[in-house]
Design a protein around this ligand. Structure first.
Ligand code: GUE
Length: 300
């Protein structure tokens, strides 16, 4: 029996609707409007599309959206100056600096200049430390979205074998941390892992976040496993016409869908959840900043 397809797009819509409901309530009862500032340095076309989508969805949820587009050659001091202003702006509850940054900018320095309570990406070193020690933190959007999908399908995750393929700071490591917190037995696998197919075949939950198109074939998957495909890879699609491209994940969907119990598609899986969780984190940051109770079910 082929796998259930996990509809991340539909799930993300329900998350955004819940965020919007809380935003309406915040405005009516507290006179508050959560605000998200997005900073884009340079003209990377993919980043521009992504930043535009974030702006649209932010406004659709009733929040304020502040976009800052800076030229690629912006000096580090100027970027740090802008972050300082956003840190002290009471209308801004969340700050996201789109990555990757141009090479002359030190991304660690820039991210760590964001006020941790406004760091809706959860990339600030204080949030990383807090997440890893079980303290209240901002949780990175993509892993949070994956966790929501997993809990929705599986309920209690405790005791399950989870394999996270990829060890990035933005997905692999925080994903492993969240799964461990939910009492999974967690393996972080990567390009140097020995017997990688066998390691993956042990997974009740397989999260693929390596950035290599269709790297995971169906015969690496345990029958019935839940597969979360984080990869968003643009590949040539000559069948659509010359020069055309399409998006594929890190999992070879066609073979995996025959083996897995459930699987996220690309597009329409994890990607939309990432943006929904960015909005959820902005709402959470706004509530915390004002000493209000946090929205239930929208945090880790
Ligand atoms: N500071 C920072 N935080 C990020 O969260 C961040 C970032 N920088 N830099 C770039 C990546 C990429 N990213 C995506 C989110 C959603 C989709 C998404 O919604 N994708 C759609 C498809 C979109 C399309 O068709 O192109 C989908 O998967 O269905 C894609 C990519 C967040 N990122």
């Amino acid at each position: 029996m082929p796998a259930e397809i996990i509809d991340g797009k539909a799930f993300a819509e329900t998350v955004r609707a819940r965020v919007a409901g809380h935003v309406t309530q915040l405005r009516a009862e507290q006179g508050l409007t959560p605000g998200l500032a997005v900073v884009l340095v340079g003209e990377d076309p993919a980043s521009q599309v992504y930043v535009r989508n974030k702006g649209i969805q932010t406004k659709e949820s009733g929040m304020a959206s502040f976009e800052h587009r800076l030229p690629a050659e912006t000096p580090e001091a100027a970027l740090l100056g802008l972050i300082g202003e956003l840190n002290s702006d009471p209308a801004v509850h969340g700050i996201l600096v789109q990555l990757p940054l141009p090479a002359h900018l030190n991304a660690d320095l820039v991210i760590n200049a964001i006020a941790p309570e406004k760091d809706v990406d959860g990339f600030h070193i204080l949030n990383v430390g807090r997440l890893n020690t079980g303290q209240k933190s901002m949780v990175p959007c993509t892993p949070l979205g994956c966790l929501m999908l997993l809990r929705d399908r599986l309920g209690d995750l405790s005791g399950l074998n989870a394999v996270v393929l990829g060890r990035s700071n933005i997905v692999g490591k925080p994903m492993a941390s969240l799964l461990l917190r939910d009492s999974c037995t967690v393996t972080v696998a990567h390009s140097r892992t020995r017997d990688l197919p066998d390691v993956c075949r042990n997974a009740d939950i397989l999260v693929a976040a390596v950035g290599r198109p269709r790297m995971v074939p169906g015969d690496w998957i345990k029958p019935g496993a839940t597969v979360i495909d984080v990869g968003i890879n643009r590949v040539p699609a000559p069948e659509k016409g010359e020069g055309k491209t399409r998006l594929v994940g890190d999992v070879d969907f066609d073979s995996a869908v025959e083996v897995a119990g459930a699987i996220t598609p690309v597009p329409g899986g994890v990607g939309p959840m990432t943006i929904a969780c960015l909005l959820a984190n902005t709402l959470t940051a706004c509530c915390r900043a004002n000493g209000l109770p946090e929205p239930e079910g929208l945090t880790a």
